[in-house]
Design a protein around this ligand. Sequence first.
Ligand SMILES: O=c1ccn([C@@H]2O[C@H](COP(=O)(O)O)[C@@H](O)[C@H]2O)c(=O)[nH]1
Length: 239
Amino acid sequence: MNQSPIIALDFHSAKEAFTFLEPFEGKVNVKVGMQLFYKEGPAIVERLKGLGHSVFLDLKLHDIPNTVKLAMEVLASHGADLVNVHAAGGQAMMEAALEGLDKGTPVGLKRPSIIAVTQLTSTDEEQMRREQLINASLEQSVLHFAQLTKKSGLDGVVCSVHEASAIAEVCGKDFLKVTPGIRLADSHADDQKRIATPNTARLAGSTHIVVGRAITKASHPRIAYENIRTEWEGLSKDE
Ligand SMILES: O=c1ccn([C@@H]2O[C@H](COP(=O)(O)O)[C@@H](O)[C@H]2O)c(=O)[nH]1
């Protein structure tokens, strides 16, 4: 998957998603989450791939190792470029996910990249301490999960922009740091707690940004996408 912004297709149906994509010229990076996948099934991934788009299948698997391995074996056959699990599932689960992906990837095709969610971008430190009983800072928790993910052999993590540079220091520049919670300056955080602008993401060393509502709910989504892409690529006039 190239480094263009990944658009979160959080829509009710394939019809809505494809109508939304109509004004976008050429191939884009898209994310299919639970809502669209549960409604449309694997066909949505196959259709998007058929149109040449790159697909991040964001199902965040989190179960016992054997179940995740068998599920990944099936997911590998749908052609997504990137899939994910929750790092909190543990090392054995992440290793099993990788094993399932390797086994399920059709011969001659590249195995999808696989990343693990560290702490959701909708979580802040106070909530993490209170609800997960983690007696550490949020950054320490994210770094711990990032190192566990790397040790398990995965390709990278989902984290917020705020932890990206620390992860680069311990896990390397090439370890994927896929960062949702992207907002333009002065825009609404919605349910997200750890947000940042595309510009901050680039400076912090995010390898990819995931953008949903800032594009999908914009009055001109294509223009919003281009503005975000320009800022992310460091081409904005105000720098
Ligand atoms: O920690 C995480 C993991 C995944 N997401 C997903 O990214 C998008 C963000 O949407 P916005 O509208 O830009 O807030 C959404 O699909 C989430 O499921 C995340 O936000 N944080």
